[in-house]
Design a protein around this ligand. Structure first.
Ligand SMILES: O=C1O[C@H](COP(=O)(O)O)[C@@H](O)[C@H](O)[C@H]1O
Length: 256
């Protein structure tokens, strides 16, 4: 098995989200068969939530034993629990509220009306990760990590030329200077994201083409964070044609 990065191009965003949803359902069933359970890291963003909606709409949705799946988040915006900006809320509305996942298997970051302090929320999530880790580890084995990608190349809440993307010690960072609103956020760090067996990046639209092209051309991950995303076994970019506009043809794998 190779862990080279692959780019799978789809005609449009709807085809992309449907295809990723189908793969996700099949792969999750396989992971549960092999390992007894699955840890999935979710993303916010338009395509990430579109994938969850497509999973929800799939006739195969209930082929997964959701009681064996734990859901985590790669990042969260520091807003109140019911705020429309919250990645957790969007994921719950798109999928999690509609499947038989036990509440204790869902691991959201704290919200700004639950804890006073952003640093305390980062520590709380680091503790939650550690509570589900194998002996001696600081976070669980992650099977699939979804990442959206911003037009500036950010992944999770790790932004270009900010401290978070350089962090290699902490598992969770408090972000206070996000160039994309809201400014305060929480994020897993790059080593934790990259510990995942599979990273599935999901992005669509011509505003993402430059970041994707630069990342695949070898840009520095401190300048284009998506360039530094690499899973232990697989790293797949699921993109639409618009986002793929600057991807070298030799990197595009057949997707069907
Ligand atoms: O703020 C965020 O943005 C990115 C990408 O979002 P998109 O709407 O441009 O696809 C997302 O991956 C991240 O989780 C989120 O907090």
């Amino acid at each position: 098995m190779t862990n080279e990065r692959r780019v799978l191009v789809h005609p449009d965003k709807q085809a992309l989200t449907g295809s990723v949803a189908a793969r996700f359902l099949t792969k999750t069933v396989d992971i549960i068969d092999d390992l007894g359970g699955a840890n999935i890291v979710l993303t916010g963003g338009t395509v990430g939530i579109g994938v969850l909606q497509a999973v929800n709409d799939s006739p195969a949705r209930d082929s997964v034993d959701w009681s064996k799946v734990h859901f985590w988040w790669g990042d969260e915006r520091w807003v109140p629990k019911g705020d429309a900006d919250r990645n957790e809320l969007a994921a719950r509305q798109a999928l999690l509220d509609n499947i038989a996942v036990p509440p204790g298997n869902v691991h959201p970051f704290a919200a700004s009306d639950e804890l006073d302090d952003l640093d305390a929320a980062a520590v709380a999530y680091a503790d939650e990760l550690a509570a589900y880790a194998a002996d001696g580890a600081r976070y669980p084995r992650f099977d699939i990590t979804f990442l959206g990608v911003g037009p500036d190349g950010h992944i999770a809440s790790l932004f270009p030329d900010r401290a978070g993307i350089r962090e290699t010690d902490a598992t969770v960072v408090a972000v206070r200077d996000s160039p994309k609103p809201p400014p305060e956020r929480l994020s897993l760090t790059r080593p934790v994201l990259n510990s995942s067996d599979r990273i599935w990046l999901v992005l669509a639209g011509d505003d993402k083409a430059s970041a994707l092209g630069l990342a695949l051309a070898g840009a520095s991950y401190t300048e284009v964070p998506v360039a530094g995303a690499k899973g232990r076994k697989r790293t797949v970019f699921f993109v639409d044609q618009d986002a793929a506009a600057q991807v070298p043809a030799n990197l595009i794998a057949p997707s069907y």
